[in-house]
Design a binder for this molecule. Structure first.
Ligand SMILES: *Cc1c(COP(=O)(O)O)cnc(C)c1O
Length: 323
């Protein structure tokens, strides 16, 4: 799964790395992402999850992209372009009520010539709560998908996202669609992460300052020094995708020491309390993601999920890729 600029990690670097690792099929959300992926992956099968916009058939065909078709109109429109020669996927909605044919509609269409004319070579659905293994909806969706799979025997089948890959039971089929786990997120919340971290985020310390008891910092003076404190101002803010909701709650590591984020996070700056971090100095760095600060923790601290932290990583960073 390489939608959203490969989860914020940078498609241009990620796509060739995945190809070198043996990945032959990728998924994106939009036609524009598919076109960008095609330039990087001349050989890959590229499926576009958000389907076929009206009139976009020629663009899909021209870039050899495979739309993920989710209603009868889309199927008919693609069938006219494909005539059985250009492949596509069929999206069946087993519980999200978001995109895709209903299970009943899909079963009804199984023997219809339009399926062959639309070149359906993959049947897929998406799990509602795969990260909650005890949720009974997993079992219901798996059962519905097993029936679908049987009704489309010549197509490959795909059900599991990252968390679905770790679920007990029959969810794995022919093709997995991992995104978050691929980029280091924990597919099993509350359990040790079986994946290694991918992203590390560091920011430069611009200044070291000293404040006395009673002084405040940042917009609206949300933090008041309880005593003399040493502060570091970082060259990073919410415009870089570091969530403002982590104001007064988040932490960064300086020389391995956890340092609290003070007051409100600004657009371009964050203030840290580095009183206990003697390594803090102008020109040094603070780690916002990495070491003990994994993306799941950062997301939780900001009242969101690690997915949003990853995909929100801004465009002002210098990105260094390590193979
Ligand atoms: C984004 C997405 C995935 C990947 O989900 P992760 O939880 O990131 O692994 C898989 N399938 C569909 C349909 C998606 O939209």
């Amino acid at each position: 799964m390489v939608k959203a600029d490969a989860y914020g990690c940078g498609l241009a670097a990620v796509a060739p790395a995945l190809a070198r690792a043996g990945c032959r099929t990728v998924f994106v959300a939009h036609l524009s992402e598919g076109i960008a992926a095609r330039k990087l992956l001349p050989e890959a099968a590229i499926y576009v999850l958000n389907g076929l916009p009206p009139g976009a058939g020629a663009a899909f065909a021209g870039h050899a992209l495979r739309p993920v078709l989710g209603d009868r109109e889309e199927l008919a429109e693609w069938a006219a372009v494909s005539d059985g020669r250009l492949p596509a996927a069929l999206h069946v909605d087993t519980g999200m009520n978001r995109l895709g044919l209903s299970v009943a509609q899909a079963l009804e269409l199984a023997g219809d010539p339009v399926i062959g004319q639309a070149g359906i070579d993959l049947v897929m659905s998406h799990l509602v709560s795969a990260e909650c293994p005890a949720d009974p909806i997993n079992v219901r969706q798996a059962a519905d998908f097993a029936r679908l799979r049987a009704a489309f025997p010549s197509a490959r089948a795909s059900l599991a996202n990252s968390s679905g890959t770790w679920l007990a039971g029959d969810t794995r089929y022919d093709l997995l669609r991992p995104g978050y786990a691929l980029f280091g997120g924990n597919p099993e919340p509350g359990r040790p992460n079986p994946m290694r971290p991918v992203v590390r985020l560091e920011a430069t310390i611009l200044q070291i300052r000293h404040v006395e008891a009673g002084e405040t910092c940042g917009y609206n003076a949300r933090w008041t020094a309880p005593g003399p404190r040493r502060l570091a101002t970082l060259s990073l803010g919410y415009a870089d995708g570091y969530p403002r909701a982590a104001s007064g709650r988040g932490r960064a590591l300086v020389g391995g020491v956890p340092c609290p984020i003070l007051g409100l996070i600004s657009m371009d700056l964050i203030i840290l309390d580095v009183t206990d971090a003697p390594a803090a100095r102008r020109g040094g760095t603070a780690t916002l993601i990495g070491d003990r600060l994994d993306i799941d923790t950062v997301g939780q601290t900001a009242g969101t999920i690690g997915y949003e932290i990853l995909t929100g990583l801004g465009s002002r960073y210098v990105r260094n890729y390590v193979e």
